[in-house]
Structure formats: structure tokens, C-alpha cells
Design a protein around this ligand. Structure first.
Ligand SMILES: [Zn+2]
Length: 275
């Protein structure tokens, strides 16, 4: 039987369904290195969806030669320590437009308005997911091409920091933010790239050039200007360079190679940037 058709056992006998496959789904279904696991049938607005789970064993990571620090934030979705910025500007505009539309629909509160609200939420979800896929893929490809390990902030510690601004906190606890981290982690595993999570305390207020640490080095959310040496940079990029540096100090590449990815997380006694 072709993979485009599926035979389902229902209460009223067998039903042969024709799958409407996109290029992405078809590529994975026909790729025999991806094993087919379970499947789940869902109905949404009278359309049936078959969710198929596929899995593949992750290869052993290649030996990295350094770190690519990645800062995930509000102004930009991500910035890396090479100075590349992965913009969230487009998302922000779309989000604001949809927010206004949503308010109007909520006020209307008719059956049709409620249906549109649900449809818009799903649309926004898909849009954000596509952006997260694109950014995580770009980051992982870059790390792989330059033979670097990826350094991310350890999220479990972010909640403890009282200095995180409210808006930043909202973003960091959103599903989209967590999804981007999840995507980076799993794509990295598939591409044999190591990921370490570091204590990012002070990475946004420390100068990546001279090491001077002061909250006032950040005149606003987007900019960094060192009060000591005058170094200026995009705040996210400055933070990403610091993240790469903290990772290099706490997780020297040599030590990284002697442990598994799971254990490459920050140890409780790891040293953060001193202030
Ligand atoms: Zn400085």
C-alpha cells in the first residue's frame, strides 16, 4: 500500500483514507531512516487529521572547537556571538495587528467571532512555529558549519533573578520562547552539535570588550554602551558574546567531550560572570 493511503479500523468497519501530504510530510514519511511510531486521529472543524510520530536515533556529536553564544530576547528573537541577529520585528508587527483584531472579535462575541478567534489563534501558532523552525535551523547550521557548540542561557535560573524586567519575563515564559529552545536542542542533536546551558547572570550588563559590569551600561532595552571603555553594541549581541565566554570558562571544550549532552548542563557550582 502506498504511503499516501491509510487504512483505519473504525467501529463501523475499515475505512481507507487518502492522505493529503505536503512536501515536508512526504519527505519524512518516505525517508526510511525515520521510524514510524504511533499515530493519532484528530478532528477539527470537520476535517480529519492523522498525526504520525516518527523518530530517529541521534548521532554522537562532532568535536567542537569553540562556542557560539546565543541570546534569546525580546527586541530580537535571537542574537549570536558572531554579531548575527535573527529578527523578531516581523513577528511583533503581526502580533500587534492580530491583537487588535482579537480585541474586536472578543467584544463582538458571536458564534462566528468565536470561530474566527480559534482560527486566528491557530494561525498565529503556526506562524510563530515556522519562525522558530527557521531561526533554530539557521543557528544549528551555523554552529555545525563552524564546528562550534551552542551556548544558551539556563532557564531554570532566570526565574530567580529579580532584575529581569516584567516584559522580558513575560516573553521568557511564553510557549514560543520555550519552543525555540526545544527546536534548537533537538535540531542540534540531529546535526551532531553540542548544546550547553549556562548561568547567564550579568551577561546583559557586562561589557564584552573590557569586562566592566554595571546596570547603567544598558541605557535602554536595545543598546549597550560601556561606561568604562566606551564600547557600544546591540545589547543582544553583547550578551551573546558574554554567553559564549561564560560557556568557554565553565565548560571547556575538553571537558565537554568527556561527557554526554544530557550532563553538559550547568553544574550547581558553575561560575557566572562576576559583578
Ligand atoms: Zn567596556
Amino acid at each position: 500500500m502506498s504511503l499516501d493511503r491509510v487504512s483505519l479500523n473504525t467501529l463501523t468497519g475499515r475505512v481507507i483514507g487518502q492522505l493529503a501530504l505536503g512536501d515536508f510530510q512526504r519527505r519524512y514519511l518516505y525517508d526510511t531512516s525515520w521510524k514510524i511510531g504511533g499515530a493519532e486521529l484528530l478532528r477539527r472543524d470537520n476535517v480529519w487529521y492523522l498525526c504520525i510520530t516518527q523518530s530517529k536515533a541521534a548521532p554522537d556529536p562532532d568535536e567542537p572547537t569553540g562556542y557560539l553564544g546565543v541570546d534569546l530576547g525580546l527586541v530580537n528573537v535571537a542574537a549570536d556571538s558572531d554579531g548575527e541577529v535573527y529578527s523578531g520585528a516581523q513577528i511583533q508587527t503581526v502580533r500587534e495587528r492580530r491583537f487588535k483584531h482579537r480585541r474586536r472579535l472578543q467584544l463582538a462575541n458571536t458564534r462566528r467571532a468565536r470561530w474566527r478567534l480559534r482560527r486566528n489563534a491557530r494561525r498565529e501558532h503556526r506562524f510563530q512555529k515556522a519562525v522558530n523552525h527557521r531561526i533554530s535551523k539557521a543557528l544549528v547550521q551555523k554552529a555545525h558549519a563552524t564546528r562550534k557548540a551552542i551556548a544558551l542561557e539556563d532557564l531554570s535560573r532566570i526565574r530567580e533573578r529579580v532584575t529581569v524586567q516584567r516584559e522580558q519575563r513575560r516573553v521568557r515564559h511564553s510557549w514560543a520562547f520555550r519552543q525555540l529552545r526545544t527546536f534548537i536542542n533537538y535540531k542540534a542533536r540531529l546535526a551532531s552539535v553540542y548544546v550547553v546551558h549556562i548561568d547567564a547572570r550579568n551577561t546583559s550588563s557586562t561589557c564584552a570588550m573590557c569586562g566592566y559590569c554595571d546596570k547603567r551600561n544598558r541605557p535602554d532595552q536595545a543598546r549597550f554602551r560601556c561606561l568604562q571603555c566606551g564600547h557600544t553594541a546591540a545589547a543582544d549581541t553583547n550578551a551573546a558574546v558574554n554567553i559564549a565566554r561564560v560557556a568557554a570558562v565553565n565548560q571547556p571544550i575538553v571537558s565537554l567531550l568527556s561527557q554526554s549532552i544530557e550532563r553538559a548542563d550547568t553544574s550547581p557550582g558553575a561560575k557566572a560572570l562576576g559583578c
